[in-house]
Design a protein around this ligand. Structure first.
Ligand code: MEV
Length: 433
């Protein structure tokens, strides 16, 4: 598929058989046979690879992998793989992206991929003095950090140092050095931790006192921010819907109970894509939620406002520590294929795509809750799961159970089992659709 005809707008994609969907994705991303095999076949993560990823391995664990369609970001077409157990999430993201592309799509920006490593010292007598000694030796420390050879060859490495004094209840004042490290295309935890461990020893040499304590990356990645925005033309939504969405946003902005759920919806998208790309979902979650409360009040990660002519303007800003190299991105064959499907050339581009996905996910949730309620769409998809739990073995049986439950307005496992049992009694023969 050449670039001119490359589009993420795939009408009817959801209706296709799985094999045909994969064929479309293969053509879009130029996947190899090995890559499509990995996606298609169970157990694509070999026990050998798994056993080298974590400890005490007894097998591998699988999740559905779906594709969010319709994403137009900075005028580039993206398909976004998502690994999740939750029904509706992929459909919701695709629907939002479809509406947003009619208004020009998403526009993004981001900071450099700088992570902060923390080096903590205790037992320092003249702490203000010590702070200055570290700052006086800043360049020497940065040079030493970069001699570790990690990241510098890619144009990254340690760039800046900051020193903080943190009072504690039982251990007096701690002296904490923040090392700002440009992680380039890596998530950076390993590189930052290695640098921090090395530099701590050098700092101690300058201080000639104190005890080295914690040396570890911070997941509150305030220097690795990513932003995405979209304008939704007022013609695409009813005015009443726009107003209800805005009210829902203000609700979240003033109530932590609602804000937590608002942000959970955003992370439905971001975490699913993070997982699909073999990245660290916990780092992303920790960063997002700590950022949401950085003002001292837990706030929504997105913002909603109207422009001067009544269009709905939506935006998101959050830290996203993602990598396209290192970690399990290279070990997990499906993670590699998924990164190829997205086609991000840098970790920053990947983060910008994920931020747009989070924004789309949030808009979908707010729109649904502001109009028909979330359960209608959710239950429609969930009812298929219920039918399968009740015993349905093929598409024909699923459709029969789902339509009867919908007709009787009773979507429950009890009802599904009742219908399934009746079907069995009547000798319902699956026709191997
Ligand atoms: C469900 O997984 C996510 C939502 O609750 C998000 C929200 O309420 O904004 C629908």
């Amino acid at each position: 598929m050449n670039n001119l005809e490359k589009t993420s707008k795939l009408p009817g994609f959801y209706k296709l058989p799985v094999k045909e969907r994969l064929k479309i994705i293969k053509d879009f991303a130029g996947l190899t046979r090995e890559e499509t095999d990995a996606i298609e076949k169970n157990g694509s993560l070999s026990i050998f690879a798994a056993n080298n990823m974590i400890e005490n391995v007894i097998g591998t664990y699988e999740l559905p992998l779906g594709i969010a369609c319709n994403f137009l970001i900075n005028n580039k077409e993206y398909l976004i793989p998502m690994a999740t157990e939750e029904p509706s999430v992929v459909a919701a993201a695709s629907n939002s992206a479809k509406i947003i592309r009619q208004s020009g799509g998403f526009f993004t920006n981001s900071t450099k991929p700088i992570m902060i490593g923390q080096i903590q010292f205790s037992g320092i007598k003249n702490i203000s003095h010590s702070k200055q000694i570290i700052l006086e030796n800043k360049q020497k420390l940065l040079d030493y950090a970069n001699e570790q050879g990690i990241l510098v060859q890619f144009g990254g490495g340690a760039k800046e140092i900051e020193v903080k004094i943190i009072p504690t209840q039982h251990f007096g004042d701690l002296l904490v050095v923040h090392l700002f490290v440009d992680c380039c295309d890596a998530m950076g935890a390993n590189a930052v931790n290695t640098i921090c461990e090395a530099v701590s020893v050098k700092i101690k040499e300058f201080l000639k006192q104190g005890t080295i304590g914690f040396r570890i990356i911070s997941n509150l990645a305030t220097e690795r921010l990513v932003r995405s925005r979209a304008t939704i033309k007022k013609e695409l939504l009813k005015e009443d819907t726009i107003n209800k969405i805005l009210m829902g946003y203000e609700f979240a902005s003033n109530d932590a109970y609602r804000a937590a759920t608002h942000n959970k919806g955003i992370m439905n998208g971001i975490v699913a894509a993070t997982l699909a790309c073999g990245n660290d979902t916990r780092a992303v979650e920790a960063g997002a939620h700590s950022w949401a409360s950085i003002s001292g009040k837990y706030l929504p990660l997105t913002k909603y406002e109207k422009d001067n002519i009544g269009n709905l303007c939506i935006s998101i800003e959050l830290p996203l520590a993602l990598g396209i190299v290192g970690g399990s991105t290279k070990v997990h064959p499906i993670a590699q294929a998924n990164l190829k499907i997205i086609g991000a050339k840098t970790a920053r581009e990947l983060a910008e795509v994920f931020a747009s996905l989070g924004l789309a996910q949030n808009f979908a949730a707010l729109r649904a809750i502001a109009t028909e309620g979330i359960q209608k769409g959710h239950m429609k998809l969930h009812s298929r799961n219920i039918a399968i739990s009740a015993g349905a073995k093929n598409e024909e049986q699923i459709i029969k159970i789902v339509s009867q439950m919908t007709e009787e307005k009773n979507i429950s496992l009890k009802k599904a089992k009742e219908i399934f049992e009746k079907m069995q009694e009547k000798g319902f023969e699956p026709s191997n659709l």
